[in-house]
Design a protein around this ligand. Structure first.
Ligand code: F0G
Length: 451
């Protein structure tokens, strides 16, 4: 590594329960006493900052690393290593994750009724989703801790990511996915990267239940997002986003909500940035769910977020087809702390937003598009003002679910569903592939008619 900050005890992290605050062993996922989730904290940051470095020194160090050829420096996660748990350099598994673009979305801004809209595109990671940023930290920890096997239950992206990082790090991996309810692209990735891939005849929540027992009985390290090391890697996306905006916070950050770890990670990053003096103001973090997979929205609306109301999840945005999200308490804390909100969007609204993001030449998978669909609602409600700055977190690449896109453009996405009637409004955005004879005049005539 280049320009290594001097490492002392102050950098060492601790694992703590989010409920009772008791410390836990580093390879645990829930508090032994109260069963709440765990998070990583850094007591050594006080009083002088990580490794005694000020916010200004860290900002410069992290930016300088972008011009290094060292593998860890080239990672958009590990270049922020001063705010991550310490892992020996030779144990780091990196596929050069992070360093993802922040795009302007002028047409989507107009469609939502605001002036400034950007997207932090986490789908531009090595395996095509935001999961890579958390997988590099958690898989590296697994290797450092001596595990031979890692495992996850997944709606497809975690499994693709885990399979890749396990393969790169010489670990064996086991994937549990819901039978028939994930995209073929994602399934093909975990096969390609060599994971043992099992399609269980249940949904994501059922896969989680089975896996939790498997890891109790076998020496297998769990890489689901309850893993606190995943959250640490994922939080670097928010550090990077602020860096890309010259440390000027946007007014709003909007993220999709599934198992609710990503919004938790973004919020943790913002909390830490404020604590360390990187920023003085924190953006509002809002979470959008699909109407058919809306446990957080229901819980907030029906009991003020006191208790989670699990639902039977059903949505074409299969990545967020989750009814019993593990990290709901963490996400709720972020929403409350930052003054954000929760909203839900329909299947037709998701499809429309996805097509609009695609038409900007950017594209994303359906679960990511809930952010734009949700933004439109938040603008209508007056929660987001037309002159406020908004960043959408796009979590997955458009090629993750090519089937959805093809069906949308062919016009049969909603065929035989209760949304058939509503979906007629999508027609103007549909571009069905055309079949012509190999005839120059026919192609020219088509061009002229399209002018
Ligand atoms: N967007 C995409 C593309 C996802 O794959 C996921 C979650 C989310 C959003 C939601 O993020 O769970 O942190 O709230 N996918 C997981 C998986 C569950 O197994 O790939 P979250």
């Amino acid at each position: 590594m280049t320009e290594q900050a001097t490492r002392t005890d102050v950098g060492v992290s601790q694992v703590k329960c989010i409920g009772c605050g008791r410390t836990a062993l580093p390879d645990r996922f829930r508090c032994e006493t109260c069963r709440d989730l765990l998070e990583i904290v850094y007591p050594g940051w006080e009083p002088q900052g990580p490794y005694g470095l000020s916010a200004a020194a860290l900002k410069k160090l992290w930016l300088d690393r972008k011009s290094s050829f060292d593998a860890a420096d080239q990672s958009g996660v590990w270049r922020f290593r001063e705010i991550l748990p310490e892992i020996a350099e030779d144990k780091i598994i990196t596929i050069r994750e992070g360093n993802t673009p922040l795009y302007e979305l002028p047409h989507c801004a107009r469609s939502a009724g605001i002036q400034y809209l950007h997207a932090k595109h986490q789908g531009m990671n090595p395996t095509g989703s935001f999961k890579d940023t958390g997988m590099t930290t958690a898989a590296s920890f697994a290797r450092a801790a001596g595990y031979k096997w890692v495992a996850c239950a997944s709606t497809g992206n975690t499994s693709a990511s885990m399979a890749a990082y396990a393969a790169r790090g010489g670990l064996r991996s086991l994937v549990l996915i819901p039978d028939g309810k994930i995209s073929w692209g994602k399934l093909s990735q975990s096969l390609d990267y060599g994971a043992i891939t099992v399609q269980l005849k249940t949904d994501f929540d059922g896969c989680v239940r089975v896996l939790n027992e498997v890891v109790e009985r076998m020496p297998v390290y769990l890489l689901n997002s309850v893993n606190p090391y995943r959250v640490e890697g994922q939080k670097t996306a928010a550090f990077e986003l602020l860096e890309q905006r010259a440390w000027e916070p946007p007014d709003h950050i909007i993220a999709p909500g599934g198992n609710l770890a990503n919004s938790s990670a973004i919020g943790k990053a913002l909390r830490e940035m404020k604590q360390l003096g990187f920023i003085t103001r924190v953006p509002r973090v809002s979470v959008i769910q699909a109407e058919g997979a809306n446990p957080l929205v229901r819980s907030v609306r029906e009991n003020g977020g006191e208790k989670l109301i699990p639902v039977h999840a059903e949505t074409m945005a299969t990545a967020i087809r989750i009814g019993n999200p593990a990290s709901w308490k963490k996400a709720l804390r972020v929403i409350r702390e930052t003054g954000g909100t929760v909203e839900q969007v329909s299947e037709v609204e998701i499809a429309l937003a996805k097509a609009e993001i695609g038409a900007e030449g950017i594209g994303c998978e359906p679960a990511s598009a809930v952010t734009l669909a949700g933004l439109k609602k938040l603008v209508k409600q007056g929660f987001v003002k037309p002159n406020e700055t908004v960043v959408l977190v796009l979590t997955g690449h458009t090629l993750k679910d090519a089937d959805f896109t093809l069906k949308f453009h062919r016009g049969d996405l909603f065929e035989g569903t209760p949304h058939e009637q509503d979906s007629r409004s999508l027609k103007p955005l549909q571009r069905s592939p055309l079949v012509l004879e190999p005839n120059v005049d026919a192609v020219i005539a088509l061009l002229q008619s399209a002018e």
